[in-house]
Design a protein around this ligand. Structure first.
Ligand SMILES: Cc1ncc(COP(=O)(O)O)c(C=O)c1O
Length: 412
């Protein structure tokens, strides 16, 4: 059963059909390339929602995970393990001095952040008693669990699952005044993506995050930066909030920090993280059995180590700037078919205008399909935005190869 038709046939018979998958089955990866079951090669400029941060089967990750698998596979959170502490230390050393709680996914990490925020709101009540309300942004994405899908604030994500969890409200992204107006006596936290991912790689104006930090300080609100897309070097800094020199109270990570293995992290400063402290409170306030498992942690520690050792933050900035300069030049000759190019590091969005004269596409999905047929994987979001999130280790020639295809399919 190794051909595409048999793999898809078995999927159709035995699995839930919850994803809209392309009619291809991947069997091999190396660097920036994937191969399907028929041996066709694809240049991967999206790396599985950015989770393949160092590309496919990076030797440093393969070595670290293989070594770990041979040494200690699982012991559980009643004991201490070296890979967990190494991963937590790597996050600390990358500039966010918080305590890490490890779990499996972005949603999982945000759930932990929301629970911690509620503990904080109970300990630091307002005039009307305990505070619990969380403010998020329209077109954000924070996950699909019961708690996170309400924060996600996109109807298509929560529709059908009512009654929804109370205690959330959402406001337009990059609108400080709207956040301010939404704060009331029961508000305890604001969650924000430093750059919106699913929302279309939207980079906020420069004053937004510093303003949000100040507002949170003034009103004793916790600022949670959801760095699930942007954390771990994707934007050319370890964490995207560092572009604006702010420090959140909590930060959540997932996707890229596991390099393709399941890792979620909720990282909080001591004054907040202390509310989870078992030694102080004598209860398990939050937990998950396989969170921080040895193999995922070995991968996470190796991701940070490799980025540092190979100078991949600088590399991501260099290749990202080159790509955006090239795409902006294409925008100029596109006659309006490319409406905007935005991003930081290797997190890039290309907004299309299907209404522009000469456009041969109705939406970004058609461009994704045409690129794929020509052996290049990119992604579409918000109907009109092409997203690029290649490996941080991608070479300039590979990037140019992909951009040439993308430009050709957009510009004809
Ligand atoms: C910013 C952000 N937060 C959280 C999530 C949820 O992560 P996961 O799919 O790992 O649960 C996503 C997923 O795309 C995301 O983009």
């Amino acid at each position: 059963m190794t051909d595409t038709a048999s793999i898809i046939g078995a999927h159709d018979q035995y699995m839930t059909i919850n994803y809209g998958r392309y009619p291809i089955a991947m069997v091999k990866g190396e660097g920036s390339y994937l191969w399907d079951a028929e041996g066709k090669r694809y240049l991967d400029l999206f790396c599985g929602f950015g989770a393949g941060l160092l590309g496919h089967c990076h030797p440093a990750l393969v070595d670290a995970v293989t070594k770990q698998a041979r040494t200690l596979w699982h012991s559980g959170n009643l004991t201490h393990t070296l890979p967990q502490t190494q991963a937590a230390q790597a996050i600390w050393s990358s500039g966010f001095h918080g305590r890490s709680f490890f779990c499996h996914s972005g949603a999982d990490a945000n759930e932990a952040a929301f629970k911690l925020a509620r503990l904080y709101g109970r300990k630091n009540p307002g005039k009307q008693g305990k505070r619990y309300k969380i403010i998020s942004a329209q077109q954000s994405f924070h996950g699909r669990t019961f708690g996170t899908m309400v924060a996600t604030a996109q109807k298509k994500v929560s529709e059908g699952y009512e009654p929804l969890m109370p205690g959330y409200t959402c406001v337009p992204y990059d609108d400080l005044k709207a956040v301010e107006a939404a704060v009331d006596e029961v508000t305890v936290a604001v969650i924000v993506e430093p750059i919106q991912g699913e929302g279309g790689v939207r980079v906020p104006s420069d004053g937004f995050l510093p303003g949000l930090r100040k507002l949170c300080d003034d009103r004793d609100l916790l600022l949670i930066c959801d760095e699930v897309w942007t954390g771990g070097g994707r934007t050319g800094k370890w964490f995207a909030h560092q572009h604006w020199n702010i420090v959140p109270d909590m930060m959540t990570l997932a996707k890229g920090v596991g390099g393709g293995l399941p890792v979620g992290v909720m990282c909080a400063h001591e004054r907040v993280a202390g509310l989870f402290d078992h030694r102080r409170h004598g209860t398990v306030a939050h937990a998950t059995t396989l969170g921080g498992n040895c193999l995922s942690m070995a991968a996470a520690a190796a991701v940070f180590r490799t980025i540092e050792a190979q100078g991949l933050l600088d590399h991501a900035n260099k290749i990202g700037n080159h790509a955006m300069t090239r795409l902006r030049a294409a925008m100029k000759r596109s006659g309006g078919r490319i409406a905007a190019v935005r991003g930081k590091g290797l997190f890039i969005g290309v907004e299309l205008n299907p209404q522009a004269k000469g456009a041969t596409f109705k939406n970004a999905g058609e461009i994704v399909d045409r690129c794929r047929q020509r052996g290049v994987l990119v992604n579409a979001t918000q109907n009109v935005v092409i997203r690029l999130a290649p490996s941080l280790a991608i070479g300039q020639e590979e990037m140019d190869e992909g951009l040439s295809v993308l430009e050709q399919v957009i510009l004809g």
